[in-house]
Design a protein around this ligand. Structure first.
Ligand SMILES: *Cc1c(COP(=O)(O)O)cnc(C)c1O
Length: 230
């Protein structure tokens, strides 16, 4: 096995263990491999090891990779910030966008989604732990934005996404992830048809799965450490 293949095997085992401990079926949690900063060869290796969903933060970098890997049946998720001048690229080249925190961006994505493609799946990003400098809507604003996004014709609202600040202990991670899970359930109870809670990364995927995450975004544990931040 290659390093990436064995890393993927280990990450899938971590997810399976976390599901078993939470008494959740393992197929409730999707693994998104975060390939930002890594080249197309690393993505090919992961695909050969059975991985098909990939997350990218930097749109320009992602577009180049998407083109170089067009021969593979991959599903691309945008998990980085989306500026107005990048919405067209996201609408054209991605299957998902996780970082919707402004109606204007969602409207542009809907308008610019090519009619031949299925609706773009989107998540509303929530600033669940209130960091002043962070992207995402305040928890109290999530329902309003989600309702508006759900009405856009070429988007399909799937759920919520969070990126909490790093916390060392499982317990502290769990408290924050449980807050996001409660908000997710609240929105569902209010009538929104949501199936995705995108939360958990290399350092906190166990706590995220324990709280109810349905999609973990894992980079470092699959591809190794990154030279540049992000
Ligand atoms: C980089 C990144 C990840 C992956 O983080 P790791 O700690 O490397 O697993 C997940 N989500 C987002 C939004 C990211 O930017």
């Amino acid at each position: 096995m290659t390093t990436i293949a064995s890393n993927l095997y280990n990450v899938r085992a971590r997810i399976a263990d976390a599901c078993a401990r939470a008494q959740r079926p393992v197929n409730e949690v999707t693994l998104l491999a975060v390939s930002k900063t890594f080249g197309p060869d690393a993505v090919r290796e992961a695909h050969a090891a059975g991985q098909s969903a990939f997350g990218e933060n930097y749109i320009q970098e992602a577009i180049e990779k998407v083109a170089l890997l067009a021969d593979l049946p991959l599903q691309w998720h945008c998990i980085g910030p989306i500026q107005s001048n990048k919405t067209r690229l996201v609408a054209q080249h991605f299957a998902w966008a996780h970082t919707i925190d402004r109606l204007k961006i969602a409207e542009r994505l809907s308008e610019q989604r090519p009619p031949a493609l299925p609706p773009l799946s989107v998540c509303v990003q929530v600033n669940i732990d209130g960091g002043a400098s962070k992207a995402g809507v305040a928890p109290g604003e999530a329902f309003g934005l989600a309702q508006e996004v759900a009405r856009l014709p070429h988007l399909r609202l799937r759920g919520l996404m969070t990126i909490p600040d790093p916390q060392d202990s499982f317990e502290a991670q769990l408290v924050t992830h449980e807050r996001a899970a409660a908000l997710f359930q609240e929105l569902r109870a209010a009538g929104l048809d949501l199936d995705t809670l995108s939360m958990g990364m290399t350092a906190d995927l166990e706590a995220a799965v324990a709280a109810g995450s349905t999609l973990v975004r894992v980079g470092t544990a699959i591809f190794g450490g990154r030279a540049r931040a992000g």
